[in-house]
Design a protein around this ligand. Structure first.
Ligand code: RUG
Length: 797
């Protein structure tokens, strides 16, 4: 049977499958089934529907000897899977009906699924969107990553301050995956290298087992399905019996402890470097297992090792899997007897690297002694790669320098292509971090602007807008998002505008209800929902947003009867547990919220909310409800952004800087539909060269000076004058992220937003023009770009 001729699912057939699973897989009598039992049974019944397309796709790939893409990523932020599968299989209506016939509310069951939070933010979510597009486009692909026992921490607020607890998605059964105990590899660490008979031999000191768990990822209409293969670390021997017999019960468990630690926790930061030995082990663990796995598959098809690049495209999502280069070279030399030159050449033809940041602290490097201790054979191989690179190019850029192994340089040298993730970012990659390597390899860097899957980020999360678009332009946009531009013909049509506003109102009501049920907070849904959702970081400038909120509060209090535009400022996002200043920013936002929300003078005009524990599922509720998207990072610092795309696609105009993909969003939706402010990347760089720029900017801004004065006086901290001295000191003395310099323009632009929002037809037109203009940002377009420019693959059906 092929995927295409599978028997269609009906409400009746699904209902009987759910009941069957409830009884036979869960062992539950429907009378006593809990919400959890119903979710498990529904998921299993849906999973059954994915298996046939999955088998058919795998068979077709083998039979056609198609080239496969291997997407190596430390993070896959997939979120919930029930809705993904029902949408892609086009059985949402059927599932709703089947559950209702069983006396269950489908949406309550969906909401019971924990998010698979195997990522920090944009980078991990991008990997999840790419998996969706690869399956939709029928490009044979595997995602390879780590099956973390604990995903991203759960965020709580205690007295306005962030605290963290471990996340536990695997405390419940994860029904979507298939355990593959037969697919397992020994992964080695430490030891030493000897030379015997002209060959290097690695004698490792430690070994753990990488054991595979597969989750099928089905594309649109179930026509194709790929595999997300996540590796769990297990001990090679369960138990040290010798230690046990000696009475050393703790020592007896050591093998299991070491192994389990490797896949236990996701590192809670993707933008600051934390040279932890465990992180290096995690990186090598999943990369080595993936490379061994893809080589096994390749050889099992009877191929010759020299042919590898014709069958295998390996994409490195950031430098985290950059050890793939030396690992592949090692296996080609040590196990397959290729010469050094042939091994490097073959590996390079397979490998490509995506850079996601210019922030120096996020560019990975490892102390050489640590690296050589954990991976002695790879250390030697990197030295060899470096020698050849220096000789062949005459470049002076070293991979190992000042006692550090630099993973960006390694990934660059070992890749046939290196890409940035937005047009601006890719240019800056050429001009800054990799300028010298770019000179040595001028054809290597290219751009692939990020994208988002429209299945999740419009079709699924915004049924109200989906319905309106279907009614207005038909359904061709489901597979070709650029068809959204047909909406342009309707932007001034009064009935379309009214329906567009109705859809937004539905989404705002849904969000208000969600927040009321969750936190007991009541929102004024007639106010503008002004949303900033992303990781908390100085460069993303949530503190500029909250300072602007205080400034607005001041203005309203000074003149309460003026014609103000009511606003709800909504924040969402986590700070890395070790990032003190980001945590101070969270505390300040919560303190300001407590003050402003209790002010009787402004209570109908300004409200600040910050729901804790922002994640993918929360984004799916907040994004469709947004009126204004805050994309206010310091120009040159946000590589791309993808939240900016989701918000704009859902009819929320941006207030933003010329940073990352904002630049291209503005081009696509039209400059008149984007609220631009702030320094450009070049101006920002020049500004940093001016001595004392921040203090001068603050002193020349009465609005900002007043706000900072209030914070310093303890207005938001119950009189505590020192609570925010870290933020204040930073702004006056360094302000590397130029908040002080952009503040006045930002404040003025916000007042322009206020005025336009009151012009209802104009605002509606802007919002709808955003939806109409965003088709290009589908991750299908991005994946087509990678397939054509980098991987040399295409759709196979
Ligand atoms: O910060 C970037 C975002 O700008 C980008 O949109 C996203 C996906 O490309 O990746 C984010 N990122 C960068 N996540 N981790 C890093 C550090 O390497």
């Amino acid at each position: 049977m092929t995927a295409q001729n599978q028997t269609p699912v009906t409400a009746e057939s699904l209902q009987s499958e759910i009941t069957r699973h409830l009884k036979l897989s869960l062992g539950k009598d429907p009378k006593h089934a809990s919400l959890y039992d119903w979710r498990m049974s529904l998921s299993l019944a849906l999973r059954d529907q994915v298996v046939e397309p999955w088998f058919a796709s795998t068979r077709q790939t083998y039979e056609g000897k198609h080239k496969r893409v291997y997407y190596l990523s430390m993070e896959f932020l997939i979120g919930r899977l029930i809705e993904d599968v029902t949408i892609n299989l086009d059985v949402e209506g059927v599932a709703v009906e089947a559950m209702s016939a069983l006396g269950q509310d489908y949406y309550t069951v969906v909401a019971n699924e924990p998010d698979a939070a195997l990522g920090n933010g944009g980078l991990g979510r991008l990997a999840a969107c790419f998996m969706d597009s690869l399956a939709t486009l029928a490009i044979p692909a595997y995602g390879y990553g780590i099956r973390y026992e604990h995903g991203l921490f759960e965020q709580h607020f205690e007295n306005g301050q962030q605290t963290e607890t471990a996340e536990g998605w695997l405390a419940q059964r994860h029904v979507w995956e298939f355990e593959r105990p037969e697919v397992a590899y020994n992964i080695h660490f430490g030891g030493y290298v000897s030379d015997e008979g002209g060959k290097a031999h690695w004698h490792p000191a430690e070994t753990v087992l990488a054991s595979a768990y597969d989750t099928p990822v089905v594309g649109w209409k179930g026509k194709w399905a790929n595999t997300l293969r996540l590796w769990a670390a297990k001990p090679v021997k369960l138990f040290d019996l010798d230690s046990f017999n000696r009475g050393d019960y703790v020592g007896a468990n050591a093998p299991e402890r070491l192994a389990r630690t490797i896949s236990r926790v996701l590192y809670p930061d993707d933008t600051t470097q934390d040279g932890k030995e465990l992180r290096l082990k995690q990186e090598y663990f999943f990369t080595s297992a993936s490379i061994k796995d893809l080589l096994r598959r390749f050889l099992s098809e009877g191929n010759k090792i020299e042919d590898l690049p014709n069958h295998v495209a390996i994409q490195l999502n950031d430098t985290h899997p950059a050890i793939a280069g030396p690992e592949l070279v090692r296996l080609l030399i040590d196990k397959h007897d290729l010469s050094e030159e042939a091994a490097i050449d073959t590996a390079r033809q397979c490998l490509a690297y995506t850079n996601h940041t210019l922030l120096p602290e996020a560019l990975e490097s490892w102390p050489e002694d640590l690296f050589a201790r954990i991976l002695p054979r790879h250390h030697r191989i990197i030295q060899m790669i470096q020698e050849r690179h220096l000789q062949q190019t005459g470049s002076h850029v070293r991979i190992i320098e000042h006692g550090n192994v630099k993973m960006g340089e390694l990934a660059f040298v070992m890749a046939h292509h290196v890409n940035g993730v937005s047009a601006l970012h890719s240019e800056l990659v050429k001009e800054t971090v990799f300028s010298d390597l770019h000179a040595a390899y001028p054809d290597r860097i290219l751009n692939q602007t990020n994208g988002i899957t429209p299945r999740r980020w419009l079709y699924s999360c915004n049924p109200a807008l989906r319905g309106l678009i279907n009614d207005t332009i038909g359904t061709a946009w489901h597979t070709d998002l650029e068809q959204l531009q047909d909406l342009n013909a309707h932007l001034d049509d009064a009935s379309f505008q009214q329906a567009f506003r109705a859809a937004k109102a539905t989404n705002k009501d849904r969000m208000a209800k969600w927040l009321k049920d969750r936190n007991g907070i009541t929102l004024d849904t007639s106010a503008m929902f002004d949303i900033q959702i992303k990781r908390i970081h100085e460069y993303k400038r949530q503190h500029m947003n909250i300072l602007e909120t205080i400034a607005l509060w001041n203005e309203i209090r000074d003149n309460p009867t003026a014609n103000w535009t009511p606003r709800v400022k909504i924040f969402g996002g986590k700070a890395a547990p070790g990032y003190a200043l980001a945590k101070s920013i969270i505390h300040l936002i919560n303190d300001v919220a407590a003050t402003i929300n209790n002010d009787p003078v402004t209570k109908d005009l300004l409200q600040v909310v910050y729901p804790e524990n922002y994640n993918v599922s929360m984004a799916e509720i907040l994004i469709p409800a947004s009126d204004l998207s805050e994309q206010i990072s310091t120009a040159g610092k946000e590589a791309s952004g993808t939240g900016n795309m989701k918000l704009s696609l859902n009819g929320s105009p941006t207030i933003g800087t010329l940073d990352g993909a904002n630049v291209e969003i503005r081009e696509h939706v039209g400059a008149e539909n984007f609220f631009l402010f702030g320094l450009t990347a070049q101006e920002a760089d020049a500004k940093r060269g001016e001595h004392g720029y921040s203090r001068r900017a603050i002193e020349s801004s009465p609005v900002l000076s007043r706000v900072l004065g209030q914070i310093a006086a303890g207005v938001f901290s119950a009189g505590d004058r020192y609570r925010y001295s870290d933020i204040l000191h930073n702004l006056y003395e360094h302000d590397y992220f130029l908040l002080s310099c952009d503040f006045d323009e930002y404040f003025a632009k916000q007042r322009e937003v206020d005025a336009v929002y009151q012009d209802v037809p104009r605002w509606t037109r802007m919002a709808a023009a955003n939806t109409a203009g965003m088709g290009w940002f589908s991750s299908d377009r991005t994946i087509r770009g990678y397939a054509k420019d980098i991987w040399g693959t295409a759709s196979v059906i």
